[in-house]
Design a protein around this ligand. Structure first.
Ligand code: SF4
Ligand code: SF4
Length: 161
């Protein structure tokens, strides 16, 4: 595993440092996390904090950080008051800045921009809704969100040049 001191500095400058440094690796966050319960080999909050603390590059290069649902269960139970969600969001921002958005996340973003929904509304969904007497779903293209994403993309491209 590659340790990158500059990544560690970047993480610590993005998150309030106590969020990372107060963690004493008890593992309670992993124990209570509903995602870890289903797929511990793919998502392990305690290990993510350890990797972030050490500046291990895999923490922003792997898609594990995108598995958190931001349900805040771990935050409720952490004996040290560590806000794991703020750590995850900071890591996601760093991954995005570095152009490491997973393909599926990119697809979801495009989907939201184009339709206003995170998942495609298929014919089956439409028929099921109709059967239940629910109203038709209206697609809404989000011009505002599109403008934000376009300007971020331009910023990123400018930064690379
Ligand atoms: S519960 Fe809190 S102190 Fe324990 S490992 Fe998780 S973040 Fe660290
Ligand atoms: S916020 Fe994320 S890491 Fe914490 S319990 Fe929920 S899914 Fe797990």
């Amino acid at each position: 595993m590659r340790i990158d001191p500059s990544l560690r500095r970047k993480i610590l400058s993005t998150i309030s440092p106590h969020e990372l440094l107060l963690c004493y690796q008890c593992g309670e966050c992993t124990t209570v996390c509903p995602v870890a319960k289903e797929s511990l080999s793919l998502f392990h909050p305690r290990k993510i904090i350890e990797m972030a603390n050490l500046g291990i590059r895999k923490v922003v290069e792997d898609d594990m950080i995108w598995r958190c649902t931001t349900c805040y269960e771990c935050v409720e139970y952490c004996p040290q008051g560590v806000n794991f969600v703020s750590i995850i969001l900071a890591l996601r921002n760093i991954a995005r800045e570095e152009g490491k958005l997973p393909k599926d996340v990119r697809k979801e973003i495009d989907q939201i921009v184009k339709t206003g929904f995170i998942l495609p509304v298929t014919g089956l969904v439409r028929r099921q809704r109709e059967g239940l007497g629910l109203p038709l779903l209206e697609f809404t293209e989000s011009d505002e969100l599109k403008a934000i994403l376009d300007s971020k993309k331009r910023e990123d491209e400018g930064g690379k040049g």
